[in-house]
Design a protein around this ligand. Structure first.
Ligand SMILES: C[S@@+](CC[C@H](N)C(=O)[O-])C[C@H]1O[C@@H](n2cnc3c(N)ncnc32)[C@H](O)[C@@H]1O
Length: 275
């Protein structure tokens, strides 16, 4: 790709390749070759806000360690893709409800990673409340690398016409905004209380997540990782889960070559095997 000169900042192939390397090192994300325009538009904002006149100067500033952790976080936040919705890939939720009912009466730990703006962990909490009641002894850890989406998730406020919510669920699990908040909904506190939000990078060498999980949702994030990275993450999941625990993955994610770790139990649902 030649330098594009009618843009506010010059952005050439070398700049794009540097961004690709940096986001791969930091977040494990393999950016496709065709994503130049996306990278330009998302990172231009950072150049403006930090007063850099070119991509090469901004990237050098980051790489030389002068920028500090807050700017690295902004860099990562800009390059993640956060698409999600309530009850996305709906077929998983009856499977989850059944798994919860089978474990009724036991304290349960669920991990929702790559939780994005919160629709997914709140869908899990709604399913728990529907399957076991709102006072069930279930804790949900919801994590993501992107601190902006986590802040949105923790606010728990959404549009009343958000995709994926039935009128029954709207009524049962949300408070409706009034006055200047009309058109907004907020998840009920008894559901919000089930969830702890925390920043977590799946590339971390140390996974200090506490007790082993009974159920893990890891959906639509591994698609951004290459095969060796996926393998490493799956090994981490395996260590973080109980034997017999269930792993729910996204519609285009297939881990059948890791059979010694996870056995396919249903459509994009795996069971953690072995010791
Ligand atoms: C497309 S969203 C998927 C959201 C949700 N799981 C779903 O399926 O609806 C992908 C999420 O993965 C997160 N992510 C990307 N790389 C990550 C990493 N290395 N560690 C943790 N989360 C990551 C992004 O910030 C983003 O919120």
């Amino acid at each position: 790709m030649a330098n594009v000169t009618d843009r506010e900042f010059s952005f050439g192939t070398a700049d794009f390749e540097r961004v690709r390397e940096l986001i791969y090192e930091r977040a494990g994300i393999s950016l496709q070759a065709g994503k130049q325009a996306m990278v330009y538009s998302r990172l231009s904002r950072r150049l403006r806000e930090t007063g850099h006149a070119s991509f090469s100067s901004y990237l050098q500033w980051l790489e030389r360690g002068n920028a500090g952790p807050a700017e690295w976080q902004e860099f990562v936040n800009c390059l993640t893709t956060n698409l999600t919705s309530f009850f996305r890939e709906e077929h998983h939720f009856p499977v989850l409800a059944e798994a919860l009912q089978l474990r009724r009466g036991k304290p349960l730990r669920i991990w929702c990673n790559a939780a994005s703006t919160g629709e997914e962990p709140y869908s899990l909490a709604m399913t728990v409340a529907e399957a076991l009641g709102p006072n069930a002894d279930v804790r949900i850890l919801a994590t993501d690398i992107d601190t902006n989406v986590l802040a949105t998730a923790a606010r728990a406020v959404y549009d009343a016409d958000s995709r994926g919510l039935t009128p029954q669920r709207l009524k049962a699990h949300f408070l409706r905004g009034t006055g200047s908040n009309a058109g907004s909904i907020r998840i009920k506190p008894e559901l919000a209380r089930m969830i702890e939000f925390r920043a977590f990078n799946l590339m971390s060498p140390q996974w200090s997540l506490g007790e082993a999980f009974d159920i893990v949702f890891c959906r639509n994030v591994m698609i951004y990782f290459d095969s060796p990275t996926q393998r490493r993450v799956l090994e981490g999941m395996h260590r973080a889960m109980k034997v017999g625990g269930l792993l729910f993955v996204g519609h285009s994610e297939n881990f059948s070559d890791a059979r010694e770790l996870f056995r396919l139990r249903g459509k994009t649902v795996y069971e953690r095997v072995g010791a």
